[in-house]
Design a protein around this ligand. Structure first.
Ligand code: NAP
Length: 296
């Protein structure tokens, strides 16, 4: 972004703290609120009254997820307790408001004040780059929770979406024997074309015994008790999918299998990179807004 503007970074975790720092390094004026537990360089101004952050801002950046406890701003790095209603009441319609994973209840509060909240978590570029952080986090967990190297390990990735694609690529780079499941013919053709071994997600029965690691990225219950019975006891099962997840964890526990449900990896595995990704996405949003204002 060429033009320097004023950002208010309000609430959030290390990702927002890092983002505030880099926005400032880019030459913008940055005011933060409810990030006081993070170490901030002196050129980022931390304010203790939310009005001092919001009122002068051209763009207000709220966290990912925006909501912590129902109706309240998500503030893991602060002792502040902020009802979203109070924040939205302060925002003027001409200010740009970006927030992550905006639920219906939060949107309803914003609607009450006639505010448009742009959900940066819904942006494809963020989802793709987040998949890199997620894949790296998953690989770290797999390394920490197996007694073998991933090199030469037989690994099954369930799903060939954003995370599945990046994960398969990185695992192959480590020398793993990578199998990938997908439900569409086209995706299985791509899997083959990339040199991985394709499997049909709806036809996994009788094929799971040989794997050292199975990583699920499908947000639907695909690995049920019958399939789990086939999995060998030394296999690590890693579920990356958001709720409801793809692995039957109670069945896995009953069968004595090692299963881990690893969520929120980008923020945990790479908070700084995640902050950079959010910053890039916000720039794209502002750029598009500017372009559309030229057209209208
Ligand atoms: P994605 O690009 O939408 O990929 C999802 C994959 O699952 C696709 O291959 C899709 O196949 C397949 N799929 C969906 N429903 C299916 C079903 N009922 N049966 C069989 N296959 C099905 O999603 P993503 O970005 O890779 O994310 C995957 C999951 O990880 C999501 O739940 C996401 O919220 C979560 N996530 C987790 C983390 C973390 O830290 N653990 C971070 C980011 C995202 P089609 O293409 O045929 O539909």
């Amino acid at each position: 972004m060429n033009k320097a503007i004023t950002f208010a970074v309000v609430g959030g975790d290390l990702r927002q703290a890092k983002m505030a720092e880099i926005l400032s390094c880019d030459g913008h004026r940055v005011l933060t609120f409810a990030l006081e537990k993070s170490e901030m360089p002196p050129y980022v101004r931390q304010v203790s009254d939310i009005r001092d952050a919001i009122c002068p801002a051209d763009c207000i950046i709220l966290p990912l997820p925006v909501t912590g406890k129902a109706g309240f701003l998500n503030t893991p790095l602060s002792a502040e307790v902020c009802p979203l209603d109070e924040i939205f009441r302060l925002i003027r319609k001409e200010q740009t408001v970006c927030a992550g994973r905006v639920c219906d209840d939060t949107r309803e509060v914003a609607d009450k004040y006639g505010l448009e909240i742009i959900d940066y978590f819904a942006r494809e570029e963020l989802a793709i780059l987040n998949a890199v952080c997620t894949a790296e986090g998953a690989i770290a967990i797999a390394m920490d929770n197996t007694a073998i190297t991933l090199c030469n390990a037989k690994i099954l990735v369930l799903g060939f979406g954003r995370i599945g694609k990046i994960l398969a690529h990185r695992l192959r780079g480590l020398g793993a024997d990578v199998h990938v499941s997908a439900r569409s013919h086209a995706d299985r053709a791509w899997i083959k074309a990339y040199g991985y071994k394709p499997m049909n997600t709806s036809d996994l029965g009788g094929k799971l015994k040989c794997f050292d690691v199975i990583i699920n990225t499908i947000p639907a219950p695909v690995v049920d008790e019958d399939l789990l019975r086939e999995v060998n006891k030394n296999c690590l099962l890693l579920d990356l999918a958001s709720k409801p997840g793809g692995i039957d964890f109670s069945a896995a526990a009953r069968l004595g299998l090692h299963a881990i449900w690893a969520l929120s990896l980008p923020g945990e595995a790479a908070p700084f990179t995640s902050g950079e990704i959010i910053r890039e996405t916000i720039y794209n949003i502002l750029h598009e807004k500017e372009e559309s204002s030229w057209i209208t």
